[in-house]
Design a protein around this ligand. Structure first.
Ligand code: AMP
Length: 427
């Protein structure tokens, strides 16, 4: 294992060292120390790492250096390095990182993703780009319209491969692979390596260097985690109670559903707590605006669903609040990983009603530790804490049925009116 203490020990160009300094990084994270020397030599890489480990810089810095040194210029509609990533938010983040790390070089960089107009993106790639960051659908769209070609790609990065598969992108990835030149450098990143992911990696990589850092459980270790037992109907009061404490300065609140996110946003706005929600039903622009407002401290609270929050990279988040406990333990780890970025500490609090106790138990098994109970608040419920823990299946069914009634409150009323109609008919 490499034990580099300083970036200056890495053979990076002065212009890149200057950008690193400007970003305020002092020493390379483990994945950077391990990957950068091999990537500078042009080797393939299999990286088992999640966001928060510094993996973007681990691939971006050597990619920038190799392009700068080769003095290669892209031809019209051609791409030198392609980075494929599952979500728009991640694509934008990687784009911003490349911009920051390549400041002071001539490197050109573009980002393409769906959900927004295609014309500015066609324009951005028209003269060719050194580095293109893309989500799969929009990339294939541009290629289909002959606005872009991949046959001069020298480096290909597949980011968050496990999420790509989860989100159903496997066919798109395979299609992209057929369009790439055989002779290329390939980097493959995934937070988890189940057999299907390793199989995919094997088909793409040639003698890769393997780097694994920060297994999911160790991220969880850096976060102070607490659970608060509270009845569902009291969660909004508890949230308000916490958010008036100035220590809760930059908070992400997670809900299970988009409707739940909207409801929490409404309650907070009515209570003059600056908050915005991001989820799949919001336009790309609205999501981006909310993220920017949160980043620049214009709002105190960002309310998000699991999908919307994937890969969100915002520094100095003070607290993650699970307004609803996720029923998939992996999501819990991803959620709390939004705080405690790049080695900083952070606090995660889960609001837990009776049904959610089963999920907490499951999470504790996954992270291999007990989550401490906080009872010192006005909404603590002994009844919830002492209630029998349901099976996971039963708990899930109960929660979903409750969610459905909330989402469709007219269902009961409709039944009432139809009964009334029936009675009238009989009369
Ligand atoms: P990533 O895993 O690429 O999403 O990076 C997570 C966060 O760590 C980002 O906010 C980066 O700006 C930050 N970061 C990356 N490398 C370093 C480093 N060597 N030192 C301190 N922070 C870093």
């Amino acid at each position: 294992m490499t034990t580099l203490q300083k970036f200056s020990e890495l053979p990076l160009l002065p212009v890149i060292q200057a950008a690193i300094k400007k970003a305020g990084y002092e020493s390379p994270t483990p994945i950077q120390a391990q990957a950068i020397p091999h990537l500078l030599e042009g080797k393939d890489l299999l990286g088992c790492a999640q966001t928060g480990t510094g993996k973007t810089a681990a691939f971006a810095l050597p990619i920038i250096q190799r392009i700068v040194e080769s003095r290669y210029r892209s031809n019209p509609r051609q791409v030198n390095c392609l980075i494929l990533t599952p979500t728009r938010e991640l694509a934008l983040q990687i784009y911003e990182s490349f911009k920051a790390y390549s400041a002071g070089t001539q490197l050109s960089c573009a980002v393409v993703y769906g959900g927004v107009g295609i014309n500015p993106q066609i324009h951005a790639v028209r003269d060719g780009v050194d580095v293109l960051i893309a989500t799969p659908g929009r990339l294939l769209d541009l290629i289909g319209q002959k606005k872009l070609s991949l046959n001069q790609v020298k480096t290909f990065v597949l980011d968050e491969a496990d999420r790509m598969l989860d989100m159903g992108f496997i066919h798109d990835i395979k299609k992209v692979l057929t369009m790439l030149p055989q002779q290329r450098q390939t980097l493959f990143f995934s937070a988890t390596m189940p057999p299907e992911i390793s199989k995919l990696a094997n088909t793409m990589l040639k003698n890769p260097v393997k780097v694994a850092v920060d297994p999911v459980s160790s991220t969880a270790e850096k976060v102070e985690q607490y659970v608060m037992y509270v009845e569902q109907s009291k969660k909004r009061d508890l949230l308000r109670h916490l958010l008036v404490d100035p220590k809760f300065y930059k908070v992400i609140v997670f809900t299970r559903t988009k409707h739940g996110a909207n409801r929490v946003a409404d309650v907070l706005s009515k209570n003059r707590i600056p908050a915005e929600a991001i989820h799949g039903n919001k336009s790309q622009n609205a999501r981006q605006r909310a993220l920017e407002n949160f980043k620049s401290d214009k709002i105190q609270v960002l309310i998000a669903t699991d999908i919307a929050a994937r890969g969100i990279d915002i520094d100095a988040i003070t607290h993650v609040i699970n307004y609803e406990v996720p029923n998939v333990a992996e999501n819990y780890v991803h959620r709390i990983g939004r705080t405690a970025r790049a080695g900083l500490g952070g606090i995660a609090i889960s609001f837990c009603d009776v049904e959610e106790k089963a999920f907490i138990r499951d999470i504790e098994k996954t992270i291999g530790q007990k989550i401490e109970v906080l009872r010192d608040h006005p909404y603590h419920s002994d009844a919830v804490e002492n209630a029998h823990t349901l099976s996971k299946g039963k708990a899930k069914a109960q929660m979903e049925s409750r969610e459905n009634t909330k989402r469709n409150p007219f269902k009961k009323k409709r039944n009432f009116f139809s009964r009334f109609k029936d009675r009238k008919k009989k009369d």
